[in-house]
Write a protein that binds this ligand. Sequence first.
Ligand code: HEM
Length: 300
Amino acid sequence: MYIVNSYATECSEAILQNDGFIDKYMGDGIMAVFGLSDNQPGRICRNAVRAGLNIQDTAARLTKRLGDDFQLDFQIGVGIHYGPCVVGLVGHPSHRSFSLLGDTVNAAARIEAMTKNFEANLLISSAVFDQAPNAFVVEPSQDVPLRGKDELIKLYPVTGLAEDNTLLLVQQSLADILPHRREVGLHFYQLLFERYPDYRPLFPDDLDAQSVTLMNMIEATVVNAARPGDSLSGLRELGRRHAHYGVVKNESFDHVGECIIQALADLLGPRLTPELKEAWEVVYGTVANAVSDGMELAKP
Ligand code: HEM
């Protein structure tokens, strides 16, 4: 059960971080739906594919972590289809459960089964591809019959994102960072006070709790980035509060950014590649701009 739960937890994280909803666990399979609260097909399909790519990363990580001890090589097949489906509560009144029904759902399950025939870990239908044709790195498509269907369906193996990889990279690194959120947060404050001792008196409160809050805030920003709506309003609110903490902007946001990135570098070592470092700098820049905007809004 330990292995199944490690696998289910990590794959589920990839789904939830990309605005997906977990419909059900079926043995070692997971059925998920994207776009329940979104009406932009391009974003919905990008989110689903990003989750699929993250799941591939999870498989590689699990193989590295558990493969030697348990002689396991995790290969996870992911099939993604786009289309209408019926969503609702199904079953006896005392045992109702949320369910997805319809042709799209059945086809998605069959596409997943096709990953073995394709020797591809992530397959999308042309219905997904067409919603964001420039977004994905794909291998040549094949038209194949799906079990129980007369017409052929075009499937593309996907190996990456062709556009902005920032969110994918940052999400993948969260699995290495979040289990150490308290240590990273505390190390960040230690670096900040060593390098810029003038800030120390501004922080009278318990740094232990604050470290975790800071990391939770960063995690929430990454997760919200995949969701529709104004993902930065919480950070602007945080900025309003900062106006009352005696924070003066000047270069303080650069100093905080420098120490956060250094704390990540000290934790991740060579896993913080130049590409990943740049991705985290982009995320920090977005967070810092929103917090700083909130401080401006709080000015009388
Ligand atoms: C991206 C930028 C930043 C983020 C995400 C961030 C995050 C946070 C969070 C989560 C808290 C906990 C309290 C709350 O939720 O209101 C906090 C408090 C605080 N932050 Fe920031 N912060 C940022 C930038 C800065 C900067 C540039 C400074 C200036 C040195 C600063 C100084 C403070 C101070 C003084 C407190 C209150 C400490 C206390 O009450 O002990 N923050 N920050």
